[in-house]
Design a protein around this ligand. Structure first.
Ligand SMILES: O=C(O)CCC(=O)C1=CC=C[C@@H](O)[C@@H]1C(=O)O
Ligand SMILES: [Mg+2]
Length: 352
């Protein structure tokens, strides 16, 4: 018998996430805690992004509220595809309860160890006998602020060890962003990578202009950073346009909003997409079904955060470690958008 509890949370970003979808200041989510009859614990997180096509936080809360306190495997694996963030959160927690060793009993210390491991060792020793080694920043992609603020922000992130950066475009007019891009690309040190994320905010002509510019920028004779890809240049409904563009330029295109859920991912693959796939485990849906898809179809995947807490992040990074084929940096360099989460998360979970 496994009892589940849930607790909604609300976190304000310390800096607004500005994209062509608009400004995002608050992350609403739900923390799940499963406890089985031996006291073994599993944590999960539901962190929807409705404007990407997942359920809303209200729909997720309604789903949690209508469940009985005792959760079963059947309930978890019959969560409808209209609730992909719930599929991720419930299945992650279920998998974690199942990961306890046979006969391993749950003590107060071990109850928290699995939780504190999630924040990769940033918590005090009372919860973690030996600090977990967090993912090196060199394997993360750091999200830069939109606009010219990126010019002031990249260097401190570089000094923290980041070597891949993502910058939002399609927020300001294209002429202004091309000017900032020119400065950014000529100040970023050689050896780093730059991703441009339009969030579907460009016109077909602007997408052509960005791709041409990326194919033809010159480093004035000195080593330049690599432009890794342009993410979601066109809106979801212009898939054919992106498929055409992907055959016309050397700069790669990555789909993100177009493949936000497993249904969309399967459809784009079946319609011929073979360049890059930005996978957001937190909203794509069932982890087991994602595993099956990626094991059957060797896609070039970049794993990306949904600005979740350490609970969802570790479940997402486990999938990234399992399913990444090309060692692309994972898009989880977003800590600088939040205040320190350790005490916040621990106090929320202690009161669950
Ligand atoms: O993928 C990354 O590098 C960081 C996460 C990130 O950029 C996003 C997360 C969630 C919604 C968007 O604002 C944005 C994206 O479009 O990828
Ligand atoms: Mg994106």
């Amino acid at each position: 018998m496994t009892i589940f509890k849930f607790r909604p949370y609300r976190r304000r970003f310390v800096r607004t996430v500005s994209t062509s979808h608009g400004k995002w200041d608050i992350r609403d989510g739900i923390i799940l805690c499963f406890t089985d009859e031996s006291g073994r614990v599993g944590w999960g997180e539901i962190a929807p992004i409705s404007w990407f096509g997942s359920e809303t936080i209200e729909q997720a809360l309604d789903f949690c509220r209508q469940l009985p306190a005792q959760i079963t495997e059947e309930t978890i694996f019959s969560i409808p595809d209209e609730l992909p963030a719930c599929q991720f959160g419930f299945e992650s927690a279920w998998e974690e309860v199942g990961r306890w060793g046979d006969g391993e009993t749950c003590t107060e210390r071990s109850r928290w160890r699995s939780l504190s491991q999630r924040s990769m060792g940033r918590w005090g020793d009372e919860f973690l006998p030996s600090a977990q080694c967090p993912i090196p920043n060199a394997q993360l992609s750091a999200l830069l602020p939109a606009g010219k603020a990126a010019l002031n922000q990249w260097e401190s992130l570089w000094q923290q060890g980041y070597r891949t950066f993502k910058w939002k475009i399609g927020v300001d007019v294209v002429a202004n962003e091309l000017k900032i891009f020119e400065s950014l690309i000529h100040t970023l040190p050689a050896g780093c990578k730059l991703r441009l994320d339009a969030n579907g905010g460009l016109s077909y002509e602007e997408a052509n202009l960005w791709l041409w510019t990326c194919d033809n920028f010159k480093g004035n004779g000195k080593q330049t950073p690599e432009i890794e890809f342009i993410e979601q240049p066109l809106p979801v409904e212009q898939f054919q346009g992106m498929l055409e563009l992907s055959m016309c330029y050397g700069t790669a295109i990555a789909l993100d909003e177009s493949i936000a859920t497993l249904t969309q991912l399967t459809a784009c693959y079946q319609q011929g997409w073979r360049q890059i796939f930005v996978i957001k485990p937190g909203i794509i849906g069932s982890p087991s079904r994602l595993r099956k898809f990626c094991q059957e179809n060797k896609i070039d995947a970049v794993f990306s955060s949904v600005f979740e807490s350490a609970i969802g992040r570790v479940a997402a990074l486990k999938l990234a470690a399992e399913l990444s084929l090309n060692n692309r940096a994972v898009g989880f360099g977003i800590d600088h958008f939040f205040e320190q989460e350790d005490t916040w998360l621990l106090s929320l979970c202690k009161n669950l």
